[in-house]
Design a protein around this ligand. Structure first.
Ligand code: AMP
Ligand code: ZN
Length: 485
């Protein structure tokens, strides 16, 4: 299996530290508001990676934290704590806010079919571990204390830029130009491990340096070391985390332990909206509820994510999500027709069994082996999901394979894709008109009009078009029933 490692900027052969175990950590959400479909691209990437590892028979120990304190509005250690900002906005306590959005995140993660992490530690419940790690750094002479906090001195850590490959001088300059830069720091890139003298901050803990709260970066090092030990195989996150968050995680962890912290760093590219940045202030930071309100299924969004390679930017538009949903429903429709035995080329299990032992059996086994190798080749090539989906589509349409074989390959591959392809709930689920996408509603009412005017040929044309989009229309004496096709 090959994996692109940000550390080397190359695709490397994946060799875990202690096979078959793989230790993997993902920087989890800062739970101060609803998680956006941009953030979810990062978590889908991690979920696919974990599933691919399990497909390759590795035993994955997967940790995703929850950040419920200490992540400031600016990643450069400045501004307000996001949780406290959320609390003020909603008139609740920071932990009430955190628990509410964490619960929502977990529910949405289930709707997107993520496998549960082995651990989901909350930062606010691991402050003791963070203090111990800072003490270790203090003993080794990496920290200094000012009126605003305890800082990590980056000049003491050799090779600070190894992950970001940034020009430290340029970064220093950028940090210096930050309007609210902290004047008490020795170097502009030094980062705060512990915040001091902020009496108005609600969440505070006692520490050897005074009452305060942890910095965002130290949280991930302390929690990953608690659950995965001092060295791990894989650490993931969006590409914006390369600097400063992951750069700082490496510096403080390796300074404390003297060992390489992470072997493979995996970063996903961003989700764009209408070709540009997505942001709360731009009104396009869509959530899973936003897409559901417009009649889209969360799993159609998962399908959409998989149509692009995780290291390529992906542009979200409502039209693109609509075609992903059409594709997703077509795929499920095809598979459910194979299950019902109504798809051409499909045959019953007894026929398929009967064919075994005939002269064509070897060819048939070869076809299955070739498809399996192509699918595995795609996912093992740095998680090439677009290629894997193309192989899936080709296989589902392969008439030289029996329905039983196609269904069994789809079921196996779905363990990686997580699209719930063979759950037959969808094929019987009927839809309310108002929950359907606008374009679908329009087509349905056009068809109604045509039927009222007795233009049945045109009406049937629309029915077929809707069928192609994944909606089956059944006319009963009372109404028209709409189900997934
Ligand atoms: P945050 O809660 O801001 O720390 O972000 C959570 C995760 O989402 C991090 O891994 C970010 O890198 C990632 N992320 C944020 N915005 C996007 C986006 N538009 N596209 C992809 N990943 C993102
Ligand atoms: Zn992190």
């Amino acid at each position: 299996m090959k994996l692109y490692n940000t550390l080397s900027r190359t695709k490397e052969d994946f060799k875990p530290l202690n096979p078959p175990e793989v230790k993997m950590y993902t920087c989890g959400p800062t739970v101060y508001s609803y998680i956006t479909i941009g953030n979810f691209r990062a978590y889908v990437t991690a979920d696919i990676l974990r599933r691919v590892l399990e497909f390759n028979n590795y035993k994955v120990n997967y940790v995703m934290n929850v950040t419920d304190v200490g992540h400031l509005v600016s990643d450069a250690d400045t501004g307000e704590d996001k949780l406290e900002k959320g609390a003020r906005r909603e008139g609740k306590s920071p932990l009430e806010i955190a628990h509410f959005y964490e619960k929502d995140f977990i529910q949405k993660s289930q709707e997107l079919n993520f496998l549960e992490p082995n651990e989901r530690p909350r930062a606010s419940e691991h402050v003791g571990e963070m203090i111990k790690l800072i003490e270790r750094l203090e003993r080794k002479g990496y920290i200094y204390i000012t009126s605003t906090g305890v800082y990590f001195d980056v000049s003491k850590f050799v090779n600070y830029e190894k992950l970001a490959r940034c020009d430290l001088k340029q970064q220093m300059q950028a940090a210096r130009e930050d309007v609210v830069a902290d004047e008490t720091k020795k170097n502009p890139c030094d980062f705060r491990l512990w915040q001091l003298n902020q009496p108005e901050h609600i969440l505070q803990w006692d520490s050897p340096w005074g009452r305060g709260y942890p910095g965002w970066h130290i949280e991930c090092s302390a929690m990953s070391m608690k659950y995965l030990d001092e060295q791990m195989d894989i650490h993931t996150g969006g590409e914006d985390l390369i600097f400063p968050h992951h750069t700082n995680e490496i510096a403080q962890s390796e300074a404390a332990t003297g060992k390489q912290y992470v072997k493979y760093w995996v970063h996903n590219a961003f989700l764009l909206v209408d070709g540009g940045r997505m942001g709360k202030s731009l009104g396009n930071a869509y959530t899973i509820d936003d897409i559901k309100k417009r009649g889209f299924e969360p799993l159609a969004l998962r399908y959409f994510y998989l149509t692009a390679h995780y290291r390529s930017p992906l542009n979200f538009t409502w039209e693109a999500l609509q075609s992903a949903q059409n594709g997703y429903r077509n795929l499920r429709g095809k598979l459910s027709r194979l299950q019902l035995g109504s798809e051409s080329g499909s045959e019953s299990e007894s026929e398929s069994v009967h064919r075994c032992g005939t002269g064509s059996e070897k060819d048939h086994v070869d076809v299955i082996a070739q498809f399996s190798a192509r699918f595995q080749g795609a996912i093992n090539d740095d998680l090439d999901t677009p290629r894997a989906m193309a192989v899936l589509w080709e296989m589902v349409k392969a008439e030289d394979l029996s329905a039983v074989d196609r269904l069994s390959l789809a079921e196996k591959w779905d363990k990686v894709l997580g699209l719930d392809l063979l759950n037959d709930e969808l094929k019987t689920q009927s839809y309310e008109l108002k929950e359907l996408p606008e374009q679908v509603q329009k087509l349905i009412s056009q068809r109604e009009e045509l039927r009222e005017n007795k233009e049945f040929v045109k009406a049937d044309g629309i029915r077929e078009r809707l069928q192609g989009m994944g909606y089956r229309l059944e006319d009963t004496p009372e109404n028209t029933e709409i189900t997934a096709s």
